[in-house]
Design a binder for this molecule. Structure first.
Ligand code: DHB
Ligand code: FE
Length: 279
């Protein structure tokens, strides 16, 4: 039976990827951010998951507004980094796990989560930056990846509660997979940030930290927070944090905090990082 090792929450700020790609992680601006990631890197290097389910959002890269799946699961055997305007990131190709991916699709859909099944997709910074955060700059990513893409950019987005319940269904799917593999799940995006409009630059460290406390201790309540509150308190792109609830839903109610880190700013975003294990 497959085993869920733990969950990781991390922002996926593109400039973090650029700092890695251009050798800037030790510069004064970035060093505190990358120092704060070290314990998470050590955790995953020791846990050695065979597969990471990476919950992320596509930023109008593979999916534009002509096609907006609420939840899209990548069941292909590889996913190339998307060219977001400056050429694709110089990172390894992301290797999928078609057999496990199709198992997840079957289990989720029969569990009444009607996800979109995608065999051919590129992946943008939403997925590749978290891999850089956790694994640095290897020649090949040390695990297979199942991309789970969530619509957080086009109204109407799924509720936090839907995300939380999808996480629970993912846990059931992992535990019904008849292979001895170790799995980790990442929730990415957030925390508070707003990239455009009159309130561009919004960061709300007090709200983020309170949200992180409650995300660990009382996730079912955090899942009830509505989008209007998230937009008001954390900015228009802060709503990405609902993707963390998929990761949290896959874990037990009571979890151990292995690592928690928060830093402001990472370009114009509040950077948050959390590593959780079941107790
Ligand atoms: C930026 C983009 C993102 O997708 C994000 O989650 C945070 C920041 C940016 O362009 O700075
Ligand atoms: Fe984003």
């Amino acid at each position: 039976m497959a085993k869920l090792l733990g969950g990781v929450g991390t922002s996926h700020v593109p400039s973090i990827g650029a700092a890695v790609d251009h050798g800037k992680t030790q510069e004064p601006y970035w060093k505190p951010v990358f120092d704060g990631m070290q314990a998470a890197k050590e955790w995953i290097a020791q846990a050695r998951p065979d597969v990471c389910v990476v919950v992320y959002n596509d930023h109008a890269s593979r999916f534009a507004l002509d096609l907006t799946p609420t939840f899209a699961l990548g069941v292909g055997s590889e996913f190339q980094p998307h060219d977001e305007g400056y050429g694709p990131r110089p990172v390894p190709v992301v290797k999928g796990d078609a057999e496990f991916g199709w198992h997840l699709a079957e289990s989720l859909i029969l569990d009444e989560f009607d996800i979109t099944i995608v065999s051919d997709m590129t992946v943008d910074h939403g997925l590749t930056v978290p891999l850089s955060v956790m694994f640095g700059q290897p020649d090949e990513w040390p695990c297979k990846v199942i991309p789970l893409c969530v619509n957080v950019i086009q109204y109407p987005q799924p509720t936090g509660n839907r995300c939380f319940n999808l996480g629970k269904a993912i846990r059931r799917a992992i535990e019904s997979y008849d292979a001895d593999i170790k799995v980790a799940i990442f929730g990415t995006g957030g925390l508070s940030h707003q990239l455009q409009g009159e309130r561009a630059g919004v960061i709300n460290a007090e709200y983020d930290n309170r949200w992180l406390d409650r995300f660990v201790a009382e996730p079912a309540e955090v899942a009830q927070i509505g989008h209007a509150e998230l937009l008001r308190e954390t900015g228009s792109e802060g709503i990405e944090c609902i993707m963390w609830l998929i990761m949290r839903g896959a874990l037990d109610e009571h979890v151990k905090v292995v690592h928690r880190f928060y830093h402001v700013p990472a370009s114009n975003t509040a950077y948050g990082l959390l590593v959780l294990e079941n107790k």
